[in-house]
Design a protein around this ligand. Structure first.
Ligand code: 7RM
Length: 640
């Protein structure tokens, strides 16, 4: 394909241009974002680029405009790159043939799927929950929803029936789309059976569409359950994009916080589109012929913004992988890079660390010379993993973009731009244009100057930010905007170096990040407390070589119940599997007779974190505790 080297509008190509763009976005955000939005396709123009602020929290971008995001992901490219590969799908089993879709084919497939949804009565504003593995229909299905204005909510296939049910109930979904079973390495996961169990407690779901994948045995409920693939095959490939308001919801995605149940973050259409498109374009700096692979699952925000929307908005080729990094062996990632000549590779530090621990020949025997850019996302990357990634995967010739962002932010917020601004080991580095960051101390005072360390906040609205928590705007305000009034508080701590570059140090709240998965300690505690012998528990994170953080649970059993950690483990795991899913299983369980508490009855988690980390320096003053004697007992129990 004959292509222009830089067909991408608003591409930042030099470090000076980055600083100029950042300043422009800072000084004149309305003009800056109006200009960028101009390169997308709109049905009606906007009246105002942005309104609302962090006090009223009635944030709107491109109000008055109408559009359809799939027209921008698909239709807009048909003329220029209709025959270009849009999606490459690689199966769990390397022997199974990959599937590719050109932009034309993807367009047709999304339209067919959209017609299936319409035929089942799905309308604009209805919620459709996806509980699937990484089959092509997960990607085409979310786009089909967007095509007709239905709101998608993808639930990661590792969550339990109860967790799935909670999400379906919270957003009152009318449809669930699932698979018979998922392939995951040499295992299968019974997604349909889990869905059936979840639906026992859900009253809003009228239809279940089942994408057959393994052919494993499932039960189909007459009238409710339908076989998806034959329906798609029969449907017409003609489906006009629904005209959506800029602020119409596009999707809901559930994520864990420090308290309470998972929150359904709601993202809207126009701002999210502009943010996903702009960030993808500038962070990855792809050329027209490049092949991009993000190893995330579409069940997480990374898969929404950087497998699906971001790449397709930019007319890129995006690879979607059904499998896991260690099947059939731990060289699978590199085999796939070689097989498809991947140029841009985006993964999580936990995967890097896990593969780093394996035989190096698994990396070296594959040809990785196609790679141009490497990315990291999901958790802080330690220097050792960064250096290994740079040396063994990038052969010291690929810039690394360490991209810091969150489900709430919709897209990348702090990162270097590949080959444009410098990569610094373990540093996310510079905020994107339009992101005005502050480090604040615990009292909310802004820490001026460099270097600095504090709680990371953003003090201006940006197009991609979540607009609310589904059904609970008060909780949205309370969670993100009251700790430091007038600012969005990220929950992360960060340092800023003399050049103004950020290094994210990790969560400063009660969220732990296990293998890049966000887990609320309160959720795990609630699950553990369901055990009939458990009186109380406290869950904290601790440093883990591969997972980044592990889960450490301190558990108090009823008087007279003398259970060892070994006895508790399978019983607690069973409950956690049932309530949340296997991703939340504790690595360490320690039975204790009490927990360190302040005089007001609050658990002193700081002490528990130190003990879990086997770090007894600066335990601090424990004499003010209600029960100081407990600290020695817990230390002893931890083998310290
Ligand atoms: C994209 C995503 C968000 C939390 C966030 C951080 C941590 C993500 C980085 C990172 C250090 C990074 N969304 N985090 N990226 N920490 N460096 N590059 O992961 O909502 O699932 O998690 O993940 O703590 O608050 S998420």
């Amino acid at each position: 394909m004959a292509t222009n080297a830089t067909p991408f509008p608003h591409r930042i190509s030099t470090k000076d241009q980055y600083f100029e763009a950042w300043k422009m976005a800072h000084d004149k955000p309305q003009e800056f974002w109006g200009d960028i939005a101009g390169s997308y396709q709109w049905m009606k123009p906007w009246q105002k680029v942005q309104s609302g602020d962090f006090n009223d929290l009635d944030i709107k971008w491109f109000e008055g405009a109408t559009l359809n995001i799939t027209a921008n992901c698909l239709d807009r490219h048909l003329e220029e790159r209709g025959d270009k590969t849009a999606v490459i799908w690689e199966a769990n089993d390397p022997k199974e043939a990959p599937i590719t879709y050109t932009y034309k084919e993807l367009h047709a497939e999304v339209c067919r799927f959209a017609n299936v949804l319409k035929d089942r009565g799905v309308k604009k504003g209805d919620r459709v929950v996806f509980y699937m593995s990484m089959v092509p229909e997960l990607l085409t299905g979310v786009l089909a929803c967007a095509r007709i204005g239905a709101i998608h909510s993808v639930v990661f296939g590792g969550f339990s029936a109860q967790a799935l049910a909670g999400r379906i109930q919270d957003c009152e979904a009318s449809m669930v789309i699932t698979c018979d079973e998922a392939y995951r390495g040499n295992k299968t996961i019974p997604l349909k059976a889990i869905t059936d169990e979840a639906l026992e407690s859900c009253t809003t779901v009228k239809d279940v569409l089942v994408r057959k994948r393994t052919g494993g045995s499932i039960t189909m409920k007459e009238g409710r359950d339908h076989d998806l693939l034959p329906m798609i095959e029969k449907a017409s490939s003609d489906c006009a994009p629904e005209e959506m308001q800029a602020e119409d919801p596009l999707f809901i995605l559930y994520t864990s916080g420090s308290t309470g149940k998972p929150k359904g973050l709601m993202h809207t259409t126009a701002g999210y589109m502009v943010w996903a498109g702009y960030t993808f374009n500038n962070v990855f700096q792809m050329d027209e012929e490049d092949i991009y692979w993000c190893t995330a699952d579409i069940g997480w925000i990374t898969g929404h913004s950087y497998i699906t929307y971001g790449p397709l908005l930019n007319g890129a080729t995006t690879l979607m992988f059904e499998g896991v990094p260690t099947y059939p062996d731990a060289g699978r990632f590199w085999e796939v890079v070689d097989k498809f000549k991947v140029t841009h590779f985006y993964t999580a530090p936990t995967a890097i660390r896990a593969l780093q621990a394996m035989d190096i020949e698994l990396v070296r025997k594959h040809d990785l010379s196609s790679l141009k850019v490497l990315g990291s996302v999901g958790e802080p990357i330690n220097e050792e993993a960064w250096e290994w990634y740079n040396k063994e995967v990038g052969k010291e010739r690929c810039p690394i973009v360490d991209t810091w962002w969150q489900t709430e932010t919709g897209g990348i917020m702090i990162t270097s731009l590949a080959g444009v601004t410098e990569s610094v080991p373990a540093h996310a580095t510079y905020p994107m244009p339009g992101v005005n960051t502050d480090l604040v101390d615990n009292e909310g005072n802004i820490i001026e100057g460099n270097p600095a360390e504090g709680n990371l906040c953003v003090h201006n609205p940006w197009p991609g930010m979540a607009r609310t928590i589904w059904g609970n705007h008060e909780r949205y305000k309370e969670t993100y905007f009251t700790t430091y009034p007038g600012k969005y508080f990220t929950g992360d701590g960060a340092r800023r170096d003399n050049e103004g570059r950020y290094r994210i140090t990790g969560r400063v709240d009660d969220v732990i990040n296990v293998s890049g998965h966000r887990i609320g300690t309160a959720e795990v505690e609630d699950a553990i407390n369901e055990h009939p012998s458990v009186v109380e528990s406290a869950v904290v994170g601790f440093p883990h070589d591969i997972k980044g953080q592990g889960i450490y649970a301190y558990v108090i059993c009823q008087p007279g119940v003398e259970k060892t950690a070994e006895e508790l483990k399978p019983e607690l795991n069973e409950i956690i599997n049932k309530v949340i899913g296997p991703i939340a299983k504790p690595d360490v369980i320690q039975p204790v007779s009490g927990l360190p508490k302040t005089r007001s009855g609050k658990i002193m988690r700081r002490i528990l974190r130190k003990i879990a980390a086997k770090d007894l320096k600066d335990l601090g003053d424990t004499s003010t505790l209600l029960n100081p004697e407990i600290v020695d007992e817990i230390k002893k129990g931890a083998g310290l």
